[in-house]
Write a protein that binds this ligand. Structure first.
Ligand code: PLP
Length: 383
């Protein structure tokens, strides 16, 4: 197997943490996780699970109650019925994506991916022996079916969708999802739709390709998880919904690698779906406020080109006007920002879009405001 590169987002986060450990005040805007703690009702459900000795192996695809709760969610929110045999619960969506690419791809296959994109997709597709075919998007990063269509070849195996997107925060419009679904059916192309930021969406409501009905199920894998929407990144739990045959293959593969997910985390995830979501709604409101603060502040900086994210918790300014002799790449620019101002952001190279930086606003508002002031200062200084 081709050994992948280390996740660049994690590498920068680590560098910022190292400087912090050395005593520097660092404003870390690289993070891909809410600063909120997991809601108490979720943690308590897991504490109860330990107390009740719910600590044995569970079925590889996840406990029945959790798969039933996921099934109920899809029926209520998207009016589509996934039986429990069409649902797999795994140790984080990253892991499930890996299993899916391993199962679906063979050497020489092509996977269509919109860029800017999360580097994990690219590395995992390569690990499965397949080739990534990018649809390159410019701000405001709206994926259109006609641009996907241009990239389809006889080798196209999968179209990958991610809405809302990491790193741009853009969503794919409903009309385009419908057209992409139709295109995939006509050409017999599989769809993987990563909807992990489904709940973190502002002016609009998330539209899942699962809403397109029974037919789409055969050729689509919906990926989702608890990390982002429920502030549960460390719990490592995600899920996938698809046809019985793909879920069966994913389950078989997982049964030889990890077995079922941590039993205690599954009880927390069950409470996340069944319980009160007041805390979560508060968190999303705060992210919306932070999104507005970040957009307003960055939009005032003339040298940046920027679009307003519709979801997730990232903003993705174009810094090409700031690159040149002094800083040739966004990595060099981000390194200087970290060293001089103590602000960590992720350079666009990590997302196959070298003229950009990704700023995460899933931090406390005060931290974000301070970071934005320092970014402004750095830009003024480096004129
Ligand atoms: N999908 C996207 C688009 C992400 O941005 C991330 C995390 O950054 C993940 C999946 C991974 O989530 P998990 O914690 O469930 O592995």
């Amino acid at each position: 197997m081709q050994i992948p590169k280390e996740s660049p987002t994690l590498a920068l986060d680590e560098k910022a943490k190292k400087l912090q450990a050395e005593g520097r005040e660092i404003i870390n805007l690289t993070v891909g996780e809410p600063y909120f703690n997991t809601p108490k009702n979720i943690s308590n459900a897991s504490i109860q699970a330990i107390k009740k000795h719910f600590t044995h192996y569970t079925p590889t695809a996840g406990i029945t109650e959790l798969r039933e709760a996921i099934s109920k969610k899809f029926l209520e929110e998207y009016k589509i019925k996934y039986d429990k045999e069409e649902i797999f619960v795994g140790a984080g969506t990253k892991y499930i994506l890996y299993l899916a690419f391993q199962i679906l791809c063979k050497k020489g296959d092509e996977v269509i991916v919109a860029s800017p994109t999360w580097s994990t997709y690219v590395e995992q597709i390569h690990m499965a022996g397949a080739k990534v075919v990018f649809v390159e998007l410019k701000s405001p990063f709206k994926l259109k079916a006609k641009d996907v269509q241009k990239k389809i070849s006889s080798k196209t195996k999968i179209i990958l969708l991610n809405t809302p997107s990491n790193p741009t925060g853009a969503t794919i419009d409903e009309q385009e999802i419908i057209k992409i679904g139709k295109l995939a059916r006509e050409k017999n192309i599989f769809i993987i739709s990563d909807e992990i930021y489904e709940k973190i969406i502002y002016e609009k409501k998330h539209f899942s390709i699962a809403s397109l009905g029974e037919k789409i199920k055969e050729n689509t894998l919906i990926i989702n998880g608890f990390s982002k929407s429920y502030a549960m990144t460390g719990w490592r739990i995600g899920y996938a919904c698809g046809s019985r045959s793909i879920i069966k293959s994913i389950t078989s593969l997982a049964s030889q690698i990890t077995s079922g997910v941590n039993s205690i985390a599954q009880m927390g995830a069950l409470e996340a779906l069944r319980g009160n979501d007041t805390e979560i709604r508060k968190m999303i409101k705060e992210f919306e406020k932070n999104r507005n603060i970040a957009f307003d502040a960055l939009n005032k900086i003339k040298k940046l080109k920027i679009s307003k994210p519709e979801g997730a918790f990232y903003i993705f300014p174009n810094i090409s006007n700031l690159l040149g002799k002094k800083y040739k790449t966004s990595t060099a620019w981000a390194e200087a920002l970290l060293e001089e101002e103590g602000v960590a952001v992720v350079p666009g190279e990590a997302f196959y879009s070298p003229s950009y930086i990704r700023i995460s606003y899933a931090v406390k508002t005060k931290t974000l405001e301070k970071g934005l002031r320092k970014i402004n200062q750095f830009i003024k200084k480096s004129k």
